[in-house]
Design a protein. Structure first.
Length: 226
């Protein structure tokens, strides 16, 4: 098996890693899009989160990431290769990146409401308790940023900044299409922001910090009012 994996072309490795990491999500997103083709595009999209679902998601991410990293160990790359090195400086940069993301989110929200006269079409109903919010705010950012940004850039960087950043952002947006049009746009915009930052400094930790804080910021209010 090891010799077979070593013999993979770059394209074969890329397709395999993306399939392992996101195959279920890709199929689910495509199915959701097909089911909603005839639906009212202005109808709100609702997502319900509970503790049991978080446990299942975390287990799935840990298992798939373990398989991906095993392939990486054979192919000569790892999380360290992507720049996942915790540091106080990187943490501070992550906080600044979060502020930039929230600013972009506010601008996009203003354009959606005032220019296009449309409201945000995604509503999240969270039944998560605080320990599970902390858990998903740690695991999910590491998983998504490592693959959606770190691995994407390693695989595509030979094609130049614009194609790499745009492809990564488009993929991020697609994976969140079930959040509705507004969610897709927000995630694509965040993918561009994170992508340009990562291309410049090649440090994954600030992206993980910003992503984790953003999730915690989004999920905590409903837990406090439950």
């Amino acid at each position: 098996m090891t010799s077979i994996i070593r013999s993979f072309s770059v394209l074969t490795e890329f397709c395999l890693v993306i399939f392992i990491g996101f195959g279920i999500t890709i199929v689910g997103t495509l199915a959701w899009m097909i089911n909603h083709l005839s639906a009212d595009p202005a109808a709100p999209v609702a997502m319900r989160l509970n503790n049991d679902g978080i446990i299942e998601g975390v287990v799935l991410r840990v298992v798939t990431m373990s398989v991906v990293l095993w392939i990486g160990s054979i192919r000569g790359w790892s999380l360290a290769t992507f720049g996942l090195r915790p540091s106080w400086k990187g943490t501070g940069a992550g906080v600044l990146l979060l502020i930039a993301f929230l600013l972009v989110q506010q601008i996009l929200g203003f354009l959606t409401r005032e220019v296009f006269h449309n409201t945000v079409d995604f509503h999240r109903v969270s039944e998560l308790t605080i320990p599970f919010i902390i858990l998903i705010s740690i695991v999910n950012p590491v998983f998504e940023e490592a693959l959606e940004c770190g691995y994407f850039f390693q695989a595509l960087q030979r094609h130049g900044m614009w194609l790499t950043v745009t492809a990564s952002a488009l993929f991020r947006g697609f994976l969140h299409a079930s959040m509705g049009v507004s969610g897709l746009v927000f995630m694509f915009a965040s993918g561009l922001l994170y992508g340009f930052v990562y291309w410049r400094w090649r440090q994954l930790w600030p992206l993980v910090v910003a992503h984790g804080l953003q999730m915690f910021y989004a999920l905590l209010p409903q837990a406090l009012t439950a």
